[in-house]
Design a protein around this ligand. Structure first.
Ligand code: OAD
Length: 234
């Protein structure tokens, strides 16, 4: 394996599957039982905030019980021992943080935070939200989960684009490659000359865009890949 200096890791729901959290697509996926338009768009929230709060309250209760798995821990180790790693996650479950990853961008927001739609203040939040929950900053009953919905801008895109433009290794883990802008990161990294590797249970929608692919459960293939990387670091 070559030696890499600047690494960007992109993660998706497949990384947390073995922590007991469901993925979105495929058999048994969350989007089989809920419609994206109803629970993951600003329009859906405006139409039926009670339904949307219920959906995220349920997910928050699952997240509270979940623990980081061997793949999250291996990525935290990669950051610690390599040094120059940015992890960008589409997950809102806080398991990277729990594993010890520090240089992290939760591009789709964080379920354990609540955002006031009236004043824009975001605060840590571990309890259920409802249409009656009051903002602790301004008092308005306008709280929503601090997550990114379809049609909204993912977090810190400028910093992500900059890192992709400067990376020499891009690793995509546990994501189906169906949701943009994350699905386009591989092309940005390759345009910068990076090696691109996909670690996933099965080929993603964008699998052909990767130069290397390793298939299997994240808890097996991620620790093994990290071990290989660290053994060959400069
Ligand atoms: P998906 O559910 O679309 O894809 C999960 C991927 O993980 C699939 O390709 C699975 O094959 C793979 N997978 C499942 N179990 C795995 C395991 N144990 N080890 C390795 N891979 C495994 O989830 P995402 O790609 O993360 O956005 O979805 C992207 C976005 O779509 C989410 O952030 C969410 C969703 O709608 C919003 O809600 C804005």
């Amino acid at each position: 394996m070559e030696r890499y200096h600047n690494i960007v890791v992109l993660t998706g729901a497949g990384l947390s599957a073995e922590s007991g959290l469901g993925t979105f697509r495929g058999p048994g996926g969350l989007w089989e039982n809920f419609r994206i338009e109803d629970v993951a768009t600003p329009e859906g929230f405006a139409r039926d905030p009670v339904l949307v709060h219920g959906f995220y309250n349920l997910r928050r209760s699952w997240h509270k019980k979940a623990r980081p798995n061997a793949a999250h821990l291996a990525l935290a180790r990669l950051e610690r021992e390599h040094g120059n790693v940015l992890t960008v996650t589409q997950n809102i479950d806080a398991l990277h943080e729990a594993a010890g990853t520090k240089n992290l961008i939760p591009m789709h927001g964080e379920l354990e935070r609540a955002l006031c739609a009236a004043c824009g203040v975001s605060a840590p939040w571990t309890e259920d939200l409802s249409i009656e929950t009051l903002c602790q900053a301004c008092g308005a009953a306008a709280m929503r989960p601090d997550v990114v919905w379809f049609g909204e801008m993912p977090r810190e895109m400028e910093r992500i684009d900059e890192a992709l433009g400067a990376c020499d290794l891009f690793i995509s883990i546990g994501t189906s490659g169906t949701v943009y802008p994350a699905a386009g990161f591989v092309m940005e990294a390759r345009a910068a000359g990076a090696h691109a590797v996909e670690l996933n249970l099965e080929p993603s929608d964008g699998a052909d865009l990767f130069l290397e692919r390793i298939e299997g459960p994240a808890t097996e293939i991620v620790p093994a890949y990290v071990e290989r990387l660290l053994c060959t670091r400069p």
